[in-house]
Write a protein that binds this ligand. Structure first.
Ligand SMILES: Nc1ncnc2c1ncn2[C@@H]1O[C@H](COP(=O)(O)OP(=O)(O)O)[C@@H](O)[C@H]1O
Ligand SMILES: [Mg+2]
Length: 329
């Protein structure tokens, strides 16, 4: 039951095409669960950041109280990259001899523009936010970016773990290399340049290894949480129209490949019948799109929950709680 999944999973993702209602449903679910006495953290990873608009207040990188029992965070990719690079710079500064510090800074300035940088930084923030979120809240709810961004992000923990693995292996090799050079150094004991260069090498190696191991550990844990179907569920939000339906079919497949459990499909903004010829026609078209969706997902069709088109805009805590009662009870 969708209801059980929303109530029982500690980590919920809301994903889907842009504009279908992810932010609204993530927020309404968060508000409804908070109303029932849970401690909830809602996290937006969408650069568009509509969470703040929906709650009519500024939300940033630190938790902001949205209502009793509910806090919100917006992870901003730009400032996340800045923070990330600052942390990397600080640890590199500690690890590198002082004469290389300028070089480190220059290198990191270039890294800011490197492909994948924003994603890597965002992923690290997500991992940290989830870890601390689970320690302080009953449920952590992610309002994610449109489909493409999100699946890419879900693929990353594995890629990053493999990448850090590679780096660690390289460090091991260079450790051996250092030892080999160390013997050389012993021979050339009174050469100042050589001794300065090698002096801190074992400590630096050790610390660098520790930094990489921590990161790898963090990504492993994130991947574990994401693929644990008892803990995490991914809710796909869509409208019953051609493009959202096509994206939903693809997203289901990607999530399946990534071993992330699909908690259910939420078909939002269903047109009412018997109001007008226009809406009747829309409702009929929607039925056809949904039939196609169900056929395409056979034999494993996730549970489907339909949410009616609401006459008014859904803004603020009270309206969100009310909106959520339609599916949370
Ligand atoms: N069931 C609904 N009935 C009417 N309007 C809705 C409904 N669900 C969402 N909306 C509206 O649709 C727009 C897009 O919703 P939003 O949650 O921001 O989508 P997303 O986060 O997927 O881009 C918003 O203006 C929101 O108020
Ligand atoms: Mg949104």
């Amino acid at each position: 039951m969708l209801l059980n999944i929303l109530k029982n999973r500690r980590v919920l993702f809301f994903g889907g095409k842009g504009g279908v209602g992810k932010t609204t449903l993530a927020s309404a679910t968060a508000a409804g669960l908070a109303q029932q006495g849970r401690r909830i953290l809602v996290v937006s990873t969408d650069p568009a950041h509509n969470l703040g608009h929906l709650w009519e207040r500024e939300i940033g990188a630190k938790p902001v109280s949205l209502m009793a029992g509910l806090d919100g965070i917006e992870l901003d990719p730009g400032s996340t990259v800045d923070e990330h690079l600052k942390t990397v710079e600080n640890s590199l500064r500690k690890l590198m001899p002082e004469r290389l510090h300028k070089e480190v800074k220059r290198h990191l300035e270039q890294a800011r523009e490197a492909p994948g940088m924003v994603e890597a930084a965002l992923l690290e923030r997500i991992a940290v936010t989830l870890e601390t979120g689970l320690a302080h809240y009953d449920t952590v709810i992610f309002d994610t970016a449109p489909t493409g961004h999100t699946t890419r992000l879900l693929e990353l923990p594995e890629l990053m773990a493999a990448w850090t693995d590679g780096l660690l292996k390289n460090r091991e090799r260079s450790g051996n290399f250092t030892r080999a050079l160390g013997q050389f150094k012993a021979v050339d004991a009174d050469n100042d340049v050589a001794s300065n260069l090698f002096e801190d090498e074992p400590t630096r190696d050790h610390e660098m290894r520790a930094v990489l191991m921590r990161r790898q550990d963090r990504f492993r844990k994130l991947r574990e949480i994401l693929t644990d179907g008892e803990t995490t569920a991914f809710m796909i939000v869509l409208t019953a129209e051609r493009l959202p339906v096509l994206e939903t079919i693809e997203l289901c497949q990607r999530l399946h490949d990534l071993q992330v459990s699909v908690g259910g499909l939420i078909v939002n903004r269903r047109s009412p019948r018997g109001e007008s010829a226009l809406l009747d026609q829309r409702a009929k078209n929607e039925d056809e799109h949904l039939a196609k969706l169900i056929k395409a997902l056979q034999p494993k069709v996730p549970e489907i929950k339909q949410i009616p088109l609401s006459a008014n805009e859904i803004i603020g805590g009270q309206e969100l709680v009310h909106f959520s009662s339609a599916y949370l009870g």
